[in-house]
Design a binder for this molecule. Structure first.
Ligand code: GUN
Ligand code: FE
Length: 432
């Protein structure tokens, strides 16, 4: 089979860096190479070592760019590609005024398929090779999502949202239809190619207790699947949830009492938490998801990364498109850094780049497949140009260390800094 040798400055993490100087947590090869075939990384090493072993391979020279594992976005909404940048409101009003009317359109398979093409183009042009997405309530939206993922051979996770109240008529399923559609989608797409399914009750407000019960049954019947929802994003949301679920001890208890809370659960936002909820997250090893651009855009609040980490909780990080304002995981780090600054918390660049690659893979339990450039893993690779813009180039003239270069990338970088993205070894951009 055809082999490709990608040459560049290879950076791959082996653990979470414990500080800005922690060189034990990564491997950096200045003149490095990756030998790729059949969608997998066969070897990682210095160019001089690998070149003789790869005599017949096509060599693609990406120097002086950095080769890194493709970025992983652990929470975003596929039907919100035309919602991003909608003015003026906080969560509940934003959902009702902008988001729900837009999601109604995804009942149409043609519209859904067209948007899926744009969505996947946007992900890879921003360096993202794996994403965990909410589709709309319509089964067809999940079908177009997984079909497009398979066409591009990308490791994508997603699910149709379960929602049976507090939304427009065209966006409601029922406990039974949501259950049946989810079962069918799991059978059709989970573990088929690189697709994986996430059981997706949207959030407490849009599901009746009857639907939560059915979601709990799905989780019990499909422990191989992820579970995703939203938690404690906004004060009005939390108050409404308490009204709808008066027996629940707190917001998280709505999910916990129906059996949804496991280590496979991703909880978008998780901002305004009670001590008991933090205990429950720590005990169950569920994963809060930090969505900095979204939390700033909707005025939701500041995610307490250090507080949760100090309890041994593994936080994921994500864009949350379309409340999030950028598809770029670099820009997500940029805003995340500022959210943490406001709380006297620090996000150093080594941990930042670990987070959007291996860290998010660990949160998904997929670090043996994606998130590093180790031999035997899937060849999802991003090529980073640290001098992509005049501002970056000028600043790079004063950069002396790898950490400085990475911090410039995470602060000033966006899709212009993505020179190429490989999904399963295949370039997603036309070669320059
Ligand atoms: N909570 C429930 N649905 C949504 C959504 O689509 N976006 C955000 N940010 N929060 C939500
Ligand atoms: Fe969200």
């Amino acid at each position: 089979s055809k082999q490709t040798l990608l040459r560049g400055r290879v950076l791959s993490f082996t653990a979470e860096p414990q500080g800005p100087e922690d060189t034990s947590a990564y491997e950096f090869i200045e003149d490095g190479a990756l030998l790729v075939a059949d969608g997998m990384i066969l070897a990682k090493g210095s160019y001089d070592t690998l070149a003789p072993q790869a005599a017949g391979a096509e060599v693609i020279d990406h120097r002086p760019h950095i080769l890194m594992a493709g970025f992983i976005d652990t929470h975003l909404h596929f039907p919100q590609v035309q919602v991003i940048a909608s003015w003026g409101s906080q969560l509940l009003e934003w959902l009702n005024n902008y988001t729900f009317p837009e999601e109604v359109r995804f009942a149409d398979a043609g519209h859904s398929a067209e948007m899926a093409g744009h969505f996947f183009d946007l992900l890879t042009s921003h360096g993202t090779t794996t994403a965990v997405a909410y589709c709309s309530v319509h089964k067809t939206s999940a079908e177009t999502y997984f079909t497009e993922a398979a066409r591009r051979n990308m490791r994508m996770i997603g699910g149709k949202v379960l929602m049976d109240r507090n939304a427009p008529e065209g966006l409601l399923d029922t406990p039974l239809s949501g259950y049946d559609d989810t079962k069918e989608l799991i059978a059709k797409y989970h573990g088929k190619g690189r697709g994986m399914y996430a059981i997706t009750p949207r959030f407490a407000i849009t599901s009746t207790p009857g639907q939560m019960e059915m979601a709990g049954a799905l989780v019990q019947e499909h422990p191989e699947c992820y579970v995703q929802t939203h938690l404690s994003e906004n004060h009005d949301e939390i108050a409404f949830t308490a009204e709808l679920y008066p027996q629940a001890r707190d917001y998280l208890d709505v999910y916990q009492s129906y059996g949804l809370l496991t280590e496979k659960m991703l909880l978008g936002h998780s901002i305004h938490l009670q001590p008991r909820e933090i205990d429950a997250l720590a005990e169950t090893k569920a994963k809060p998801v930090f969505c900095p651009t979204s939390n700033l855009f909707l005025g939701s609040g500041l995610f307490d990364d250090a507080g949760l980490r100090s309890r041994g909780i593994t936080n994921a990080i994500a864009t949350d498109i379309g409340a999030g304002t950028s598809y770029s995981m670099l820009q997500t780090l940029n805003e995340g850094y500022k959210v943490l600054q406001l709380q006297n918390q620090k996000l150093h660049p080594l941990r930042a780049f670990h987070w959007i690659t291996r860290g998010n893979a660990v949160a998904l339990g997929l670090e043996d497949k994606i998130g590093t450039l180790d031999a035997g893993t899937e060849a999802d690779i991003v090529v980073l140009d640290s001098r992509a813009t005049p501002a970056m180039d000028l600043r790079m003239q004063r950069a002396e260390t790898l950490s400085e270069e990475l911090f410039i990338l995470q602060t000033l970088g966006d899709d212009r800094a993505i020179a190429q993205t490989y999904a399963a070894g295949k370039p997603m951009k036309p070669a320059a």
